[in-house]
Design a protein around this ligand. Structure first.
Ligand code: SF4
Ligand code: SF4
Length: 357
């Protein structure tokens, strides 16, 4: 950062360099802030006259990826779970496998074996396999736990990247950060696109990331609408294909599958020089979890009126449950930290423009 701060050649590429230029020293909090502003597009690596083989060995994307990974550990809640970020791919895979197994065993214990192995149709078909109240209680508890853990982490992160006594974010900064996140403004490498193995910018990560992000939001919206149907209207799942939860869930599932597969392929094409190889497992585990959630959800939709429904429901619910409980301890947090860093950046820029900081 000190070399970059003298050079400033890359200041037009993304938010990292303007934020860096507002500083003269780089304590841990500021480095974590800058690292989480970086979207790893790679543009500054290829533009840099000091990147390898130059003796300065400047590699901003890789160093910031390493700092980012360390920041996930530093702010994790509870701190005793910091080790979850080591060998994260293996841990996530084991947790997902155990969750699927637990749902399978639970179904066998709870449901009449005949129900599990025969075709179930009509309202309440899923709940003949697993009672609704157990499903709702389990997933609510997992989701609330994940929300609390992530809120605690973000609180610590915000404190570390701001000055003591600084007020919470204002609405204009929040709105700017939402707009920048919604269009992945800084994933474009200064406008030309992400760099890949051939050093030519190609904006392929961005559309796949959009599909995954909005696919996830659509699936979440489908769950919210289905919950409202159940508790407010007394309508039980499964719903017909044209009903709102199914339409939202289907579009979301397609987004997760295409986006997830695209991101996996794009990851393989990335220049190894840009990667933090030690965190590759964490990246892959996150994408695979989202991909599997989409695949199992779509398979359940297509085959829900067949004897395979029980098995597919266990697979799908196990994947989602595993995803929920590992959300605070995997790559999911990258979006949250980036969002908070963008809020900070929007406020810093305005303070600078108005002469307030
Ligand atoms: S990455 Fe290289 S070219 Fe860009 S600002 Fe830093 S030192 Fe300069
Ligand atoms: S977002 Fe791209 S240009 Fe900006 S620091 Fe990260 S890799 Fe470099």
């Amino acid at each position: 950062m000190t070399v970059c701060n003298s050079c400033r050649y890359c200041e037009g590429l993304c938010a990292v360099f303007p934020a860096m230029e507002m500083r003269r020293a780089f304590p841990d909090g500021d480095l974590n802030y800058l690292a989480n502003l970086c979207h790893a597009c790679g543009a500054c690596f290829y533009d840099c006259q000091f990147s390898p083989p130059h003796e300065f060995d400047v590699n901003v994307p890789r160093v910031l990826a390493q700092v980012r990974a360390q920041s996930y550990r530093a702010y994790v809640w509870p701190p005793a779970f910091a080790g979850m970020f080591e060998r994260n791919g293996l841990i996530i895979a084991v947790v997902a496998g155990l969750c699927v197994a637990a749902f399978l065993v639970g179904f066998v214990a709870l449901a009449d074996p005949e129900v599990l192995l025969t075709t179930q149709t009509g309202p309440g078909a899923f709940y003949r396999v697993m009672p609704h109240w157990i499903m709702a209680a389990l997933f609510s508890a997992a989701f609330v736990y994940a929300l609390v853990a992530m809120a605690m982490s973000l609180r610590l992160f915000w404190r570390h990247i701001t000055q003591p006594g600084e007020p919470p974010a204002d609405l204009r900064a929040l709105w700017q950060a939402i707009a920048d996140t919604g269009r992945l403004r800084y994933l474009g490498g200064g406008g030309s696109g992400c760099m890949n193995e051939d050093e030519r910018p190609a904006d392929r990560r961005k559309p796949y990331h959009h599909l995954t992000f909005y696919g996830f939001l659509l699936c979440f919206a489908a769950t919210v609408v289905a919950t409202l149907y159940h508790f407010l209207l007394g309508r039980e799942a499964p719903y017909p294909w044209y009903d709102i939860p199914v339409v939202l869930g289907t579009l979301g599932g397609i987004g997760l599958v295409i986006g997830g597969a695209g991101l996996l392929a794009a990851k393989e094409r990335r220049d190894p020089a840009l990667r933090d190889q030690q965190r590759r497992g964490m990246d892959m585990a996150f994408i695979v979890m989202l991909l599997m959630t989409g695949i199992t959800g779509l398979a359940l939709l297509v085959l829900r009126a067949t004897p395979a429904m029980g098995l597919l429901l266990a697979l799908h619910l196990g994947m989602i449950f595993g995803f929920f409980i590992t959300m605070p301890y995997g790559k999911f947090v990258h979006g949250l930290y980036r969002f908070v860093a963008l809020v900070r950046y929007a406020r810093e820029r305005r303070q600078l423009a108005t002469g307030g900081g």
